[in-house]
Design a protein around this ligand. Structure first.
Ligand SMILES: Cc1cc2nc3c(=O)[nH]c(=O)nc-3n(C[C@H](O)[C@H](O)[C@H](O)COP(=O)(O)O)c2cc1C
Length: 326
């Protein structure tokens, strides 16, 4: 039982930009809906935090089927940000989220700065919302990567959203691995006012039906997630931790292929304070709870009393600095 362990076992409690989490385990946006859909499959009240599916100003039906394809060691999705839209989220989903228990992080997407500002500010008015996670990294809609791959634009977007939102609510920016330089986009997000960063979203990728000679996804391309991307996600977490998050004193939420406690431990050592699980939930929705137990055993073996003792402690630093003037 990850969060109800006796007091002599190591603590999994972490601080995420001032939000106290009972443990680092959370849902990755888009893989658990708005929580009520998962009520029969696992006890989300025992997770460290719950992250919603991306919410947009308007209702979005998403892309045509097929929207999901299994690949070796991963999964390709092109859901296309299908979601209930801001109004239904506020009316129907917020009352259910209020009963869940763990801190709620609402993931927000949009077509324009105005869209992001409007949606984030409205959602941040809800007392149950502790943080907004800006999705600037969706590879499955036409304009999903506009902000996440352009540092200047990203800094402007983050600055506008931050100043429009209630100060009580933290702003987390979700980074794309499809950017030329993830450290540069991380830096831009922090300069804009991000109080936390999550990484990574999915990689643009494709699977082909060799008889039809067509892409297997109706959208043509999709986002690759799951174990196949984990070593890249761990590497990018380390780079962003050393070059941006540690110097700025802000937390990271690491994700990308976490399936076991050792996977989770790698992200902790690389510098992540929060750990999100997405694709693996499709196999076992209870996985984050099992991973929590594994992390406690590991910390015990290391002689640590708290998970915070290991965050970022990997014995490897990248050489030099990829950022100018640092
Ligand atoms: C089916 C599916 C839907 C997703 N939808 C969203 C989304 O709406 N917003 C978002 O920011 N990320 C979305 N993601 C990306 C995940 O949150 C996560 O960043 C990525 O899948 C890597 O983690 P994983 O390998 O544990 O799945 C989605 C991923 C999957 C597999």
């Amino acid at each position: 039982m990850a969060e109800n362990a006796p007091s002599d076992t190591p603590s999994l409690a972490v601080d995420l930009a001032g939000i106290a989490l009972a443990n680092p385990m959370m849902t990755a946006s888009g893989t658990c809906g708005y929580a009520d859909e998962y009520a029969d499959f696992t006890d989300l009240s025992r997770f460290g935090a719950f992250v919603t599916k991306s919410i947009t100003r308007e209702v979005r039906p998403g892309n045509a089927a097929y929207r999901i394809v299994e690949t070796r060691a991963g999964m390709l999705n092109a859901i296309g940000l299908a979601n209930v839209g801001l109004d239904a989220f506020l009316e129907e989903k917020i009352p259910k989220l209020e009963k869940l228990g763990p801190p709620i992080i609402a993931n927000v997407a949009g077509h324009s700065i105005d869209d992001y500002v409007h949606t984030a500010a409205k959602i941040a008015e809800q007392p149950v919302i502790r943080a907004i996670e800006l999705n600037v990294s969706c590879p499955n809609v036409a304009d999903g990567l506009t902000f996440g791959t352009d540092p200047k634009l990203l800094e402007t977007l983050v600055g506008e959203v931050r100043s429009a939102m209630d100060e009580r609510v933290k702003l987390i920016v979700k980074l794309s691995p499809n950017a030329t330089d993830v450290v540069a986009t991380a830096d831009a997000a922090v300069r804009g006012g991000a109080q936390g960063l999550s990484l990574i979203n999915t990689f643009t990728a494709m699977a082909i039906d060799v008889y039809k000679r067509k892409p297997r996804l109706a959208n043509g391309t999709g986002g690759l997630s799951g174990p196949a991307i984990r070593p890249i996600a761990v590497y990018l977490t380390r780079m962003v931790y050393c070059h941006v998050a540690k110097p700025a004193g802000i937390p990271l939420i690491g994700m990308g292929g976490i399936q076991t406690w050792t996977d989770a431990a790698e992200f902790l050592l690389a510098g992540a304070s929060g750990l999100a699980v997405g694709t693996a939930l499709f196999i076992n929705p209870n996985l984050p709870l099992t991973i929590g137990d594994g992390l406690r055993d590991w910390l015990n073996k290391l002689g640590c009393r708290s998970v915070t003792e290991v965050i970022g402690t990997l014995d490897w630093q990248p050489n030099g600095s990829p950022l100018p003037n640092q």
